[in-house]
Design a protein around this ligand. Structure first.
Ligand code: FE2
Length: 482
């Protein structure tokens, strides 16, 4: 009897110890590799005759309409579109009430050839001197072929301005791409931060390359005509295709998609920055030189000194190739840029770095590897409170399919990873907090698969919090005394 009791007590002890051990594993800091099985459509491009690519009828009708920010601070917009029949006009009529277009702006036209493909007439028109936080209506084309759209300007640059960004990467033009786009459009996102690889037209040959740029322009128009997309270039924009005699990098992309690079003193449309509401957004080019003393390196060094966290508390960096990536796809491709820029990201306390390229989702903890040293042997990323969160959203849904093979085991720095299609949103609430969501397509718009509160890297420090409190108390006292 005594023996049985002892056995029972031993078993109970064993069960209790196992429970404690298992609990500590579950609540520990280990990252999550999601085992979600998604039901995806085949990764093939939508056929050319599908209605998503349909061009409206009419002589010289404007199509492939897209807008982007046109200056440093959000008071200008660049409107771009294509016409097929005539080279002009490149005129935009606009105003603040529907059907009343008091203002006009004149843009310019460009076109290009790619192998035997001849592009349509591509128009870019800057409209500036806009009022903040205002809805503008604009009209392109004339007579029966005219088309009307609208956009909303951002609030003025202010540290507590709220703003809602969407983040999309590697979109392409498949049914999965359409699903991503439609899901994003159901969100309250006001501007898209696009992390490169737009059309995947370079997967085609000869005249089909240009043709698939056209279809993509038409495909995304439902969103790009109504809100700015902030462009970063990816490898699918390079289009170095010597077998067709096409060797000028980024030829199609640069003709079609403009950026306000001069406003941020950049020498190339491939890297630049903008300020929008309470965010300073830096766009880098993974496929342009960035080592020490190159133009991109020199520009970024200067631009980081111009960031004023008192005015734009949120410092966001966009690039195509992720610096931290534990997927087998494109593993270590971001290492060269990490070696050059990571110490600056830490020094300037970048809040978040968004990248694409890998066709899966991954989020890191705040870590850095700036102690890496080829002689000392320090070589593993460590937790670092000054480091940004690195997020890969190359999961827009292009024809290359998902990157399903993650490296095993999941490295300590990887917080969450999953090979599904989707998009992210970043909702800035004020200078200290933003709400981040990654939305898996299969869940519909209501479910955020990965979400967290992003604390601002500048205003989250104790000194700044005290300053904020003092500032707040002063404003309350001011309100009471007036
Ligand atoms: Fe890519």
């Amino acid at each position: 009897m005594l023996e049985v009791a002892r056995m029972l007590s031993l078993l109970l002890q064993l069960a209790f110890t196992s429970f404690v051990l298992l609990s500590s594993v579950n609540t520990g800091n280990a990252g999550i590799t999601s085992t979600f099985i998604r039901s995806e459509w085949p990764s093939t491009d939508i056929p050319l005759d599908n209605e998503v690519f349909a061009v409206p009828k009419g002589h010289n009708v404007p199509h492939q309409v897209h807008i982007t920010q046109g200056d440093y601070d959000g008071k200008a917009v660049i409107i771009s579109w294509v016409t097929d029949d005539e080279p002009g006009p490149s005129k935009v009529q606009y105003g603040t009430s529907k059907n009343r277009y008091d203002l006009t702006a004149e843009g310019s036209m460009t076109n290009y050839t790619f192998y035997k493909y001849k592009s349509g007439y591509i128009h870019h028109c800057l409209i500036d001197g806009l009022k903040y936080d205002t809805k503008y209506y604009y009209k392109l084309g004339s007579g029966d072929s005219s088309r009307e759209f609208w956009f909303q300007t951002p609030p003025k640059i202010d540290p507590d301005a709220t703003y809602h960004f969407g983040i999309i990467g590697d979109l392409g033009q498949t049914y999965n791409s359409l699903s991503t786009l439609e899901h994003y459009m159901q969100s309250p996102g006001q501007t898209v931060l696009f992390v490169g690889d737009l059309s995947y037209a370079d997967r085609y040959q000869y005249t089909d390359v240009g043709l698939r740029w056209d279809t993509w322009g038409q495909f995304v128009e439902r969103s790009t005509a109504y809100q700015p997309w902030i462009w970063a270039a990816g490898n699918h924009e390079i289009e170095y295709m010597p077998y067709m005699g096409e060797v000028i990098p980024f030829k199609s992309y640069l003709h079609r998609y403009t950026t306000p690079y001069l406003a941020s003193k950049s020498s190339s449309p491939l890297w630049y920055s903008i300020r929008r509401a309470s965010a300073h957004i830096i766009v880098l080019s993974s496929y342009s030189s960035f080592v020490t003393y190159t133009p991109q390196w020199m520009w970024l060094k200067e631009e980081l000194t111009r960031v004023d966290r008192e005015k734009t508390p949120w410092l966001i960096v966009l690039m195509h190739v992720p610096i931290y990536n534990s997927n087998e796809a494109h593993y270590m491709e971001g290492e060269s840029m990490r070696a050059v820029f990571e110490s600056w990201f830490i020094h300037y306390k970048v809040d978040v770095v968004f990248a694409g390229h890998v066709h899966a989702y991954e989020r890191s903890y705040r870590i850095s590897n700036i102690n890496y040293n080829i002689t000392s042997g320090d070589r593993y990323p460590v937790p670092d409170k000054s480091a940004p969160v690195y997020i890969t959203v190359g999961d827009g849904g292009n024809q290359e399919g998902l990157a399903e093979r993650f490296r095993d085991p999941q490295p300590d720095y990887s917080a969450f990873r999953e090979a599904s299609y989707g998009h992210s949103t970043l909702e800035i609430k004020n200078r200290t907090h933003a709400v981040y969501h990654w939305n898996r397509n299969d869940d519909g718009k209501k479910v955020a698969t990965d979400s967290f509160i992003l604390h601002n890297q500048y205003w989250a420090s104790n000194i700044r919090r005290r300053k904020l409190k003092k500032h707040y108390l002063r404003s309350v006292v001011g309100q009471v005394s007036t």
